[in-house]
Design a protein. Structure first.
Ligand code: ADP
Ligand code: F6P
Length: 482
């Protein structure tokens, strides 16, 4: 059967759904974890396009299929490549380097070789489904070589790449033995999008200082293997959430009733604090639990008047640093509950699993204080989802200054999660501030997110891609400057 062709093709490590083979041997499709999928799923539901990605299981890929108006084109990843390309190079080499080396990065040449091989496979799959002149939108740190690999094969398409995570300062990026190959890979794009201006500047600085490229303002000049000279633009386009869809969901009677029900099942405490994260060491879960425990120890907070719900989605469970984090978090949860819970009234509810959107919206709606305390985070969509669900203007958001979200959510209660004393004070301020003041803050936060939603983000990215500086492969003439 001939492959279907699309004018818009996106490539991301994961498809929006993971294949899980059920006990009866039948395929089951579960929603994939993470902010990329949340954002791109709602973007692609409004556009006609193909999504190239891994189906989350080792071995042969399922045949391409249609899902919710999207064409999903699975790319196979073998058991060994899951270890080397995904868990290894993506999550034990790049992820720590791109997140301030919170844990040490590991460098292995075999992991790099497989990262290249899988990136080649993604590039081929993209070229298979891209119609002539298509827009190709590549996502995240797992696929940084794909822009150049697609360009080598298809000079007719327009290529953009967006990084959902931070781009590291040059001093950290410099540690990567393959840093120049990565810069070369990215410069295959026409346009590079980042969460913050600082991330775009870090990339431009790396290209200039480590690779001797000429940069001017937001652009880098590059020479392709065929000798043609191009200008690539790198700038900030902060990602967001589907405000309209989520706000509508949060207003449904079912979600509102569920929020009340959850609160009642917690024993109707005076204050409910909530954390929602992938179980990842970048999220500052240990720091917030430490702050909570100290507030219980010194009697500033008392259980069961106050309770804490921590939802932690399982993530990258075969990677050592994630296993260690899980064990530390679960030990702390056990200690806190052992010391401060009453029968039937835990001081801390720990939920290590995924929930449907409706349940997440109900959790957001019933929480008085949302704790978003990453040590480093590209954006953090949970912060934006929380305020989106608060159509009652209630609640309070504690937000780390090390998230991309903080840069445009300054009415939140800002914290530095490394400063445990400061974090405790901020948590208390979020509880004790006058409710009228908190409502004003929440209204301002909601306005900010509603005016900058995920569709605005996608439109801005695609416009920047369309207007990117130069299109030598099509006409030889310079395109319009954005
Ligand atoms: P990251 O991309 O690093 O995981 P984000 O905060 O940007 O972090 O995005 C996380 C996404 O995953 C959000 O859309 C959030 O609602 C969703 N999510 C987090 N935990 C769960 C869970 N336990 N069940 C369902 N969705 C979850
Ligand atoms: O945006 C960060 C991100 O790493 C995405 O690339 C990824 O899809 C998501 O978080 C979840 O991580 P993983 O795909 O490794 O489970």
């Amino acid at each position: 059967m001939a492959t279907r062709k699309f004018d818009l093709v996106i490539a991301a490590n994961r498809l929006p759904v993971d294949r899980v083979v059920g006990p009866d041997g039948r395929n089951e499709w579960h929603r994939s974890p993470g902010g990329l999928v949340t954002a791109m799923d709602s973007v692609m539901r409004h556009r006609d396009g193909a999504w190239v990605g891994w189906a989350g299981e080792a071995g042969e890929a399922p045949a391409p299929f249609a899902e919710a108006g999207m064409w999903l084109h699975p790319v196979p990843v073998s058991r060994e490549e899951i270890t080397s390309y995904y868990e290894g190079f993506s999550n034990e080499t790049l992820w720590p380097i791109y997140h301030d080396v919170i844990v040490p990065a590991h460098f292995h040449r075999e992991w790099w070789a497989d990262y290249r091989a899988v990136n080649e496979r993604f590039a081929e799959a993209v070229c298979d489904v891209a119609a002539p002149g298509a827009k190709v939108w590549i996502h995240d740190y797992q696929l940084q070589l794909v822009p150049a690999l697609v360009r080598e094969r298809r000079s007719d398409v327009r290529i953009g790449w967006f990084n959902h995570i931070p781009f590291p300062p040059v001093e950290l990026f410099a540690q990567l033995p393959w840093r120049s190959r990565i810069i070369e890979g990215l410069l295959g794009a026409d346009y590079l999008g980042f969460q913050r201006q600082a991330d775009a500047q870090n990339f431009l600085r790396a290209a200039r200082q480590l690779d001797g490229r000429t940069t001017k303002g937001e652009t880098v000049t590059t020479t392709d293997p065929d000798g043609s000279v191009r200008v690539v633009r790198a700038s900030a386009v902060p990602i967001s959430v589907d405000y309209e869809g989520l706000d509508e969901l949060a207003r449904t009677p079912a979600v509102e009733q569920r929020a009340e029900q959850i609160r009642a099942s917690l024993g109707d405490p005076e204050v409910v604090m909530l954390g929602v994260d992938r179980l990842d060491y970048t999220k500052g879960i240990r720091h917030r639990l430490k702050a909570y425990e100290e507030l219980l120890v010194d009697g500033t907070l008392r259980s069961p008047e106050v309770t804490f719900v921590q939802v932690a989605t399982p993530s990258r469970e075969r990677v050592a640093a994630y296993r260690q984090l899980r064990s530390e978090v679960e030990t702390t949860v056990g200690r806190i509950n052992g010391t401060y819970s009453a029968i039937g009234r835990p001081a801390l509810h720990y939920l290590h699993r995924s929930y449907p959107r409706e349940e997440m919206a109900a959790l957001f709606q019933m929480a008085d204080v949302m704790l978003v305390t990453p040590l480093r985070d590209g954006m953090n969509l949970v912060a934006k989802e929380y305020v989106t669900c608060r159509h009652d203007d209630g609640g309070a958001l504690v937000l780390s200054e090390f998230t991309g979200a903080w840069h445009h959510m300054k009415q939140a209660f800002v914290c530095n999660p490394h400063d445990i004393e400061g974090l405790k004070l901020t948590m208390m301020r979020a509880i004790e501030t006058d409710p009228r003041q908190k409502r004003r803050q929440m209204r301002a936060l909601r306005r900010q997110v509603s005016e900058n939603d995920v569709q605005t983000w996608a439109d801005r990215f695609l416009t920047n891609l369309e207007l990117a500086p130069e299109r030598p492969d099509r006409t030889g003439a310079k395109g319009a400057r954005p």
